[in-house]
Design a protein around this ligand. Sequence first.
Ligand SMILES: [Zn+2]
Length: 444
Amino acid sequence: MAVLYSETRQDSYMQLTPLEPWIAHKIGLTGQQLDIKALQAWQLKKLNETLHLASQKSIFYRRHLQGFPNELGCLSDLQQLPLTSAADLRANPLAFVCVSQDEIARVVTLQTSGTSGLPKRLFFTTDDQELTTDFFGVGMETLTKPGDQILILLPVEKPGSVGDLLRQGLQCVQRTPIPYGPVRDPQDALMQIDRLRIECLVGSPSQVLGLAQRWEAGMHRPRSVLLSTDYVPQAILNTLENSWGCQVFNHYGTTEMGLGGGVDCEVRRGYHLREADLYFEMIDPSSGKLLPPGEYGEVVFTTLTRQGMPLIRYRMGDRSRFIPGQCPCGTQLKTLEHVSGRWEGFLTVGEQILRLSDLDEALFALPGLLDFKATLQGSPGQEELLIEAIWEHEVEDSNAARSLLLELPSLQSVDVRISHRYEPDYPGSLQKRIIHDLRHQLPL
Ligand SMILES: [Zn+2]
């Protein structure tokens, strides 16, 4: 692919993200200039195709989207549709699948950190995987040159794993992938980097940091690094750049996104996104309302081209914002600021940690509970937890929820107040479970 330089760039050496001409080509434009109106028309068309597919073939979405418009007239109509949560996905992953089992090429099971939490399972067809491979190849053009040797420190063994798809993607753009896998012996990995004159590393922040810390002067050093799979603290970026003098790029991608979501351009102030395959929104995590560029909220995405298991308005729980204005690389694509933590992480109550998943585990053990909203308020040491519980039937034992919550160690010294609402026709479920008012305590 030819290298394009943007006419509007501020720095004459700043290269346009390779995602832009790639997306222009994907949506059928001739030439490499992206027309934003054409991209929006493509997104609307693909959103409607996804809505039709999901509401016809997915057991979950047939129910979840009932009573909502099944044809969008414009992109902003999407905000009328209900959100999908990780809890929905955990509850019954197979209910999301839109193809027959023999069309599924890969299943990824994600264990949750809690002991009793159900795992998330994601299903992909061969075509779904090829979309990701294609993105990985183009994304890597940002930080590598043809002929570069790239050491892959991500899991590579299983066909369709993140490292395997990256390997295939790199081959498509004439780079030389060296599959290595997660580092178990840092000295051995450093020896390979030195011996093979590796130009670029792809790995998780902690692993790459471990290598940089053990690197010794005189050894070959990589020119660029792509960090993936984790939230990246600025301290790690600084250490890598200082020890190796290399450029560090961030990738944003989760299994739910199909392993790849977006990648930094040379400006490295945020990710450009796979906008032909994924439609991103920013919502207020409390109200669910759409937020304008510049405002921090929770990342939500909808798959546009996935066949096996489309996701509609899936809540990532990640905190970020769209950076207003044009990226200095000159792209017309959106720029998503680097993710800076999770909205639904945990709250500190006195010396204890209260996780939203703890409340889930306690309250959803009660038969008939449809949803709840939790608000922790007050000052440190004098917290008060307000729970609004929504039931599908009249509450028989109004103290049951309170007793369960008081068993949680983090709520021992907290005043818990519960209000009950009988709402058999409650629209959707699991969408209002948010803790706010103490948002400043979240690890932002
Ligand atoms: Zn850019």
